[in-house]
Ligand binder design. Structure first.
Ligand code: TXA
Ligand code: MG
Length: 333
């Protein structure tokens, strides 16, 4: 947890658990992004999540647990390698898709026969899960199609009074959503990339993961407009950054350039200084992941006509960053 994280006392955690038991919504910090949590067994409360997020009913929710022993209350036919993944990566930024237990309300799984489970690695989330002693359905705490919140302020800005309580745990360590692996298929399928890489999963599974088929309709994590922002965003290889920025500037646009490299010198951009800003992003991929959504929010609000951003190196968590960037850029392609 970041050193700047506010301290949350036990009474606040107990109050949050009461809000959840009463069918309310609590925004909680996780190591990936903030989640919008409700009692996963309370159909009315879960319906509120969909309403507040304005999320279509065919997008299933992840259930967050406090202990791996709870897996079998939520899933059936759990293969051995699910327990191996849980042992290796939980608590942590990994969601495992399994066959759903019949006790799980169908609203959670969007009427599918599977369920996504995760134990988050954040002390506040874990304390709340322990106090609540049940499963918490929690998607990212943003409106549908917007970028996920990585701070309590982001949640407040996005959801305002539509959430009953926000637990402020400072800014999220990982910064992008969990890796999702579907173990109901053989070989298992990587549904969403994240901080836990394909290689790390394959090492534990002892098998290669299959590539997600983008044509499958029941793969909502792949929704094209996920993670989008309003200001047009173009994502390019870093070698094309200057050229793309120059072309946009030539056409009269004001351009914000998000770069991981230094600007060689300002003569490389022979346009009035008032027309462009070259903004340095973290070079290191885990640091870039941690800040990328925050940077996109700020860039979105900065009043430029266009944001041009360089892709991360396509390795490790950089793969997940690029995946999110390309989704955020979708509307400009
Ligand atoms: O890091 C995270 O996973 C965050 C934190 C709060 O835990 N949660 C999150 O939830 O990103 P959400 O709902 O914003 O994204 C989860 C994605 C959705 O696209 C959903 O459709 C997909 O996972 N998903 C959930 N259950 C699924 C299932 N049973 N099968 C396939 N996809 C599933
Ligand atoms: Mg989301």
């Amino acid at each position: 947890m970041p050193l700047t994280a506010p301290i949350i006392d036990d009474a606040t955690i107990r109050r949050a658990a009461q809000v959840l038991r009463a069918g309310g919504l609590v925004a909680l910090p996780t190591e990936t992004v903030y989640g919008l949590a409700a009692d996963a067994k309370n159909v009315t409360a879960v319906a509120k999540i969909f309403a507040v997020k304005r999320r279509p009913a065919n997008h299933p929710l992840i259930v967050h647990l406090g202990h791996p022993e709870q897996i079998c209350k939520w899933a059936i036919d759990v293969p051995d390698h699910a327990f191996r993944l849980a042992e290796a990566f939980w608590p942590g930024p990994l969601t495992i898709v399994l066959r759903k237990h019949s006790d799980v309300p169908s609203i959670i799984s969007a009427n599918q026969s599977t369920i996504g489970l995760r134990i988050p690695n954040h002390p506040i989330a874990l304390r709340l899960l322990q106090e609540f002693a049940g499963g918490l359905a929690a998607p990212s705490a943003n409106r549908f199609t917007k970028v996920s919140p990585t701070s309590a302020e982001n949640v407040r800005a996005d959801l305002g009074d539509d959430v009953d309580m926000i637990l402020d745990g400072g800014s999220c360590e990982v910064g992008i959503e969990s890796t999702i692996v579907d173990l109901t298929q053989s070989p298992p399928v990587l549904l969403r990339s994240g901080a836990i890489s394909r290689d790390e999963l394959e090492a534990i599974l002892g098998t290669e993961l299959s590539e997600h088929n983008r044509l499958q309709t029941l793969s909502p994590g792949q929704h094209h407009l996920h993670y989008s922002i309003d200001t047009p965003l173009v994502v390019v290889e870093s070698t094309e950054l200057l050229l793309t920025a120059c072309q946009a500037l030539e056409s009269g646009k004001r351009v914000l350039i998000l770069a991981t490299l230094d600007l060689p010198d300002s003569s490389a951009l022979p346009f009035p200084r008032s027309q462009w800003t070259w903004q340095q992003m973290p070079r290191e991929a885990t640091e870039l992941a941690r800040t990328v959504y925050q940077q996109l929010r700020l860039a979105n609000d900065s009043g430029y006509d266009l944001i041009v951003m360089a892709k991360a190196m396509n390795e490790g968590i950089g793969i997940a960053i690029n995946d999110r960037l390309l989704r955020a850029a979708h509307r400009t392609k």
